[in-house]
Design a protein around this ligand. Sequence first.
Ligand code: DAH
Length: 337
Amino acid sequence: MQRSEIERIKSDFDQEIEKASTSGELEQVRIKFLSRNGIVTKLFDELKSVPGEDKPVFGKLLNNLRTEVTESFNNKKLIIESNQLPDSSSIDLTLPGKGIKIGSRHILTQTLFEIKSIFKGLGFSVYDGPELESDYYNFEALNFPPDHPARDMQDTFFVSDKFLLRTHTTPVQIRIMEKEQPPIRAIMPGRVYRNEAISSRSYCMFHQVDGIYVDTDVSFAELKGTLVSFAEQFYGEGFKYRFRPSFFPFTEPSAEMDITCYICKGKGCRVCKHSGWLEILGCGMVDPNVFKYVNYDAEKYTGYAFGMGIERIAMLKYGIDDIRIFFENDLRFLKQF
Ligand code: DAH
């Protein structure tokens, strides 16, 4: 008996066990090496003819060989068995299913989908615009005077002298009017940014939807009709509404729309700060100065515009009192919708 022979047998075994990939192949390997007439078993028979002084050394080598070979055989057996599909007779079809967990849309996405679908029903198309905006679209073409406080670094994230993260979705109105001639009827949802101290009421990033309608003879009455119809579909009928005069550089006249608080039905509660009213959006008639920037004939065309915050609308509808919770990805919150 030679040491090299034992080593060769080990390496032959290693190769064959590596190749075996089915129970049948594995059994062949077992028969060849480990059965009663197998190569390894036979080596033990040969030990008898080894000279007395060499017996302890070869005895030890053979024992090691048998242990190693048996171990790697058993390991391989486990691997092959665990990869095998149970045969169909062992599948119990009466067991309950595993119940796959599926996610759901974020509440802001759901709210946006609802807003979009209502305005689509009123004949509006949906447009998109860049979040990295120029000073021109975000402010200048919207008739913001050069010294307007919103242009201050304190309120706006400037990226350079000319570029900034848009502070509202209103600049998309300019982009649409530059490309298309009236009549236009569009809404523009998207993300906006403001350099504000983060609190339960304000966040540095949030979402808005702006809307615009330009045609000949568009009136404030149509603006009211559209917004009241939106609010009825979004909040359900049976609320009172009011339009309060307001100011925006890009609309004249401008207004804000309030609806009766649907939590307390106008009686006064924490959500409406005991006023009975909730402000839901800003709006107005497009300022003729804005038309100049997009080369629309302000004598021929009039238009209305409006804008609302999606977080605000969702907070009011679902009684959520902290804006930060939308962005924390806390499943205990998200699962409620
Ligand atoms: N851009 C305004 C804001 O961020 C909201 C707004 C008010 C948009 C009136 C409009 C509008 O289009 O007509 O506060």
